[in-house]
Ligand binder design. Structure first.
Ligand SMILES: Cc1cc2nc3c(=O)[nH]c(=O)nc-3n(C[C@H](O)[C@H](O)[C@H](O)COP(=O)(O)OP(=O)(O)OC[C@H]3O[C@@H](n4cnc5c(N)ncnc54)[C@H](O)[C@@H]3O)c2cc1C
Length: 379
């Protein structure tokens, strides 16, 4: 007898939901299983910043463009608000200007432009710091409020795509057609495991082969500054962190200068992302501390560095902090991987802190491989 589901997706974070969406659209009967009542990890703690510009050149960049397009469609269907569009990466060192110019000459610069200091001051005076040299503008980004968006995505999957959700249900083993859970077996012909940064429960040896660590991120919500940001805002420090920028030759000189001028920020893995919510409050971050198990104790010094960079990059005195949280994500050399423990199972992990920006594209690749290609596919 045919199992009741074609596909079991383990994990209801954005990566699991993207796979459920893609498979259900392809006509599969899908069940999503998560140990928590709802997503509570990286997928709702993030900026909701769906970033194209700055993603690693090649596949990640292409997948992020595809993911952005699917987000736009899904947001419309699910009633998810697009809170912001575009990116202004402010630059205040000549090396940063050169890195931005180099970026613009690559295929990834398509549609982007470098605003001079005068143009930034005249078009966006609210974010022109005194020593700004201009800003790299990208029209490609979207921003959603993830803590609101994910529940709406779940509702869309249930209502429009007939996806079943088994929550409060930990999965112990995956060997289709049998999935063993804490609430008894679930039967499905195939399974896709999207465990976030749980490296220990399912296929630990296969995950270990990618040598992942966890990155702990500090995040802040600031009171409204009293105006709308024209776009998401980043700064010089982002040019040495995001792989698409950091690969530009001038980023090496910028890094050398930052090592001298902002070494404390670099020690805490700080760069700037500032985005804005519907109520005008700002979500600002972030810092990166890496370990196999980062302790939950986030240093106040890292928070000070984030606020300092916000001030330096925008000229805005940071409004009061009204919320703080930390999140963790899987981090490795690769940006993501799709591993195949067997013909009927895929193990998928985003290992570069970019899951909101690449999940739907990755999901299309996984589903195409699962229903077309043999086991052993790894990206
Ligand atoms: C603070 C922060 C800010 C970020 N900002 C951005 C951003 O703006 N843009 C961007 O693109 N990316 C961002 N990222 C990265 C992005 O959020 C992650 O890459 C993405 O959320 C990973 O999604 P996921 O579904 O793989 O993992 P998760 O969201 O961690 O979900 C995994 C799920 O699997 C479940 N699970 C695991 N094992 C089992 C099991 N055995 N049985 C049952 N359930 C199980 C867990 O309960 C969990 O719900 C950020 C990350 C953090 C932490």
């Amino acid at each position: 007898m045919k199992p009741p589901y074609d596909l079991a997706v383990i994990g209801a974070g954005i990566l699991g939901l993207a796979h459920a969406y893609t498979a259900a659209k392809a006509g599969k009967r899908v069940v999503v299983i998560d140990r928590d009542p709802r997503a509570n990890g990286a997928s709702i703690r993030n900026f909701g910043f769906i970033t194209v510009t700055g993603q690693e050149r090649g596949e990640s960049w292409r997948l992020s463009r595809r993911t952005r397009d699917i987000w736009a469609k899904v947001a419309h269907q699910a009633g998810i608000a697009i809170e912001q569009r575009g990116l202004l990466l402010t630059v205040r060192r000549p090396e940063a200007v050169t890195a931005a110019e180099e970026f613009l000459t690559s295929e990834m610069g398509e549609g982007c432009e470098l605003l001079t200091a005068a143009e930034l001051r005249s078009n966006h005076p609210e974010i022109a710091a005194p020593d700004t040299l201009g800003a790299l503008y990208s029209p490609h980004e979207l921003r959603v409020e993830s803590r609101l968006a994910l529940p709406k995505l779940v509702s869309l999957l249930q209502a429009a795509h007939n996806v079943t959700f088994l929550t409060n249900t930990a999965v112990h083993s995956v060997a289709p057609p049998r999935i063993e859970t804490a609430r008894g077996p679930v039967e499905a012909e195939a399974a896709i495991v999207c465990p976030g940064d749980d490296f220990a429960t399912l296929f630990p040896e296969r995950i270990a082969a990618y040598q992942p660590q966890r990155s702990r991120i500090s995040m802040l919500r600031l009171a409204s500054p009293g105006f709308r940001l024209p776009a998401a805002v980043m700064s010089d420090l982002s040019l040495v962190r995001y792989r698409g920028y950091a690969a530009q030759p001038a980023a090496t000189a910028l890094r050398a200068r930052l090592d001298i001028e902002q070494s404390l920020h670099l020690d805490h893995g700080v760069h700037l992302i500032a985005v804005q919510s519907a109520d005008d409050t700002l979500v600002v971050g972030d810092s990166h501390h890496y370990a196999d198990l980062p302790p939950p104790f986030a240093p106040a010094e890292a928070e000070d560095c984030i606020l300092d960079e916000f001030h330096r990059a925008t000229g805005i005195t940071p409004p009061p902090v009204i919320e703080r949280w930390v999140g963790t994500y899987a981090s490795a050399e690769t940006t993501f991987f799709i591993d195949a423990p067997s013909d009927a199972v895929r193990l998928v992990m985003v290992t570069s802190g970019t899951g909101a920006s690449t999940s739907f594209g990755i999901a299309e690749k996984t589903i195409a491989g699962l229903y077309g290609a043999p086991a052993g596919v790894t990206s």
